[in-house]
Ligand binder design. Structure first.
Ligand SMILES: Cc1cc2nc3c(=O)[nH]c(=O)nc-3n(C[C@H](O)[C@H](O)[C@H](O)COP(=O)(O)OP(=O)(O)OC[C@H]3O[C@@H](n4cnc5c(N)ncnc54)[C@H](O)[C@@H]3O)c2cc1C
Length: 391
């Protein structure tokens, strides 16, 4: 691997850092961006990023992006994660937009891309179902033709931010008799359509980012189908790896090491600084090594993208390692904080506003979202090592 950011990419990093320093309140350690109390700030930050052309930095200018390099998109991910800034748009910018650019009609592109790039619309993803996650192609939500429309009925689950969303991109079965990957169609659904019912789910950290979406004869015009009917699976999967470097996890961990080091320097226990304890110093060193390995695996993916290659098992390696690393460093940080780490925000005994505890609880989700660690390892075994497909 031969990798470095260009001067232009590093200049962008400085500009973005300056913007975030100004935009975020002093002492900001990050909040759950979908929380009702934070959501207005998330949207404000997103719109400002959109105005600067940074929200969808690598999209073409005609669709509201800046025509930036994959390196710029990675710098954006790193800095947004390091500053724990709200406003990044995973669904609209990271998933749906690239898919519309490849598979959408010109009318769909003209209608939807610019509002996404400008941060004026929020999208959620309706893929997972109660019995379809890793084996997503087994999904059961049905779409039945009715004149110029489809009527969609079924249930989705784990849709992040659906309660805040204007639109949903969703997979539904249009041909129940076809082999499972071949009878699925990809739809764009206005969340205000009658028959859409969103119910929030509370996770173990007390946050309500997840939702169930119930669909009861939801009428969707045929013009809202992405790509070909019954070939939605291929459209949805083709851009799944778009700019997925997983680099945000190492940036997050580097910030954690920096914050924890500062905390340990300022905190004393029985009259001695926490940093006088050799085990704390070695824990911090181990965390730093872990974060750096994840960063380099992500840069390898970026290097492949810069060469014009499509990353394959390398992206799975970066994702599996980085998300598991994030769990390890969060657990190590909790160890350093001791019982204080388990306190919620609000007590005078709570270190760092309780964010390490939140990080610890949220870290597991990233090893599941976007393909679990087991699925990533299957890909590495199959495509990276050339081992046979499992039964
Ligand atoms: C933070 C977060 C955000 C999410 N946001 C969304 C969203 O916005 N929209 C949406 O549609 N979904 C979303 N999801 C859901 C996510 O896509 C699914 O959780 C994921 O696909 C796994 O599916 P599952 O939970 O049904 O687990 P299952 O697929 O039932 O897996 C259960 C366990 O079995 C293992 N397993 C399954 N199959 C295999 C196999 N072939 N080989 C080895 N092990 C296997 C898995 O690794 C896992 O450990 C989100 C999930 C998380 C955690």
């Amino acid at each position: 691997m031969e990798f470095s950011f260009t001067q232009e990419e590093e200049r962008f990093r400085k500009e973005l850092q300056a913007f975030l320093e100004e935009q975020l309140p002093s002492g900001w350690l990050g909040e759950e961006p979908y929380d009702d109390s934070i959501w207005p700030f998330t949207l404000e930050t997103r719109r400002k990023l959109g105005e600067k052309g940074w929200l969808a930095i690598s999209w073409p200018k005609e669709y509201g992006g800046s025509g930036g390099t994959p390196g710029m998109a990675a710098v954006y991910s790193e800095e947004m994660a390091y500053y724990r800034a709200p406003g990044k748009d995973t669904q609209g910018v990271g998933f749906l937009g690239p898919c519309l650019m490849v598979h959408g009609t010109e009318e769909q592109r003209q209608t939807h891309l610019r509002p996404i790039a400008e941060g004026r619309v929020t999208w959620c993803q309706g893929f997972s179902e109660p019995e379809s996650g890793s084996d997503l192609a087994s999904l059961k939500t049905r779409a039945v033709e009715d004149g110029d429309d489809y009527l969609i009925s079924g249930q989705k689950i784990w849709s992040s931010g659906a309660h805040q969303s204007d639109w949903c991109h969703l997979l539904a079965r249009t041909d129940p008799d076809a082999p499972k990957h071949k009878g699925i169609t990809y739809f764009l659904i206005d969340m205000k359509t009658p028959g859409v019912d969103v119910r929030r789910i509370t996770d173990m950290s007390g946050h309500q980012r997840f939702n169930e979406i119930f669909l009861d004869n939801v009428r969707v015009p045929k013009t809202n189908v992405i790509g070909e009917v019954n070939r939605g699976w291929y459209a949805a999967m083709s851009t799944l790896d778009f700019e997925r470097t997983a680099v945000e996890h190492s940036a997050n961990a580097r910030r954690l090491v920096a914050d924890l080091t500062e905390y340990a320097r300022e905190t004393s226990h029985n009259g001695a600084s926490l940093l006088d304890d050799a085990s704390v110093r070695t824990t911090l060193a181990e965390m730093a090594v872990d974060a750096q390995i994840a960063r380099l695996l992500s840069y390898r993916v970026l290097w492949l993208q810069n060469k014009g290659d499509i990353p394959n098992y390398e992206a799975s390696m970066a994702k599996a390692f980085a998300t598991e690393m994030a769990m390890r460093v969060a657990a190590s940080a909790m160890q350093v904080l001791g019982l204080h780490g388990q306190l919620e925000e609000g007590s005078r005994w709570t270190p760092l506003k309780g964010y390490i505890g939140r990080l610890y609880m949220n870290a597991i989700g990233n090893t599941i979202a976007g393909g679990t660690s087991e699925i990533q390892r299957n890909i590495i075994a199959l495509r990276g090592l050339g081992l046979p497909r499992g039964a």
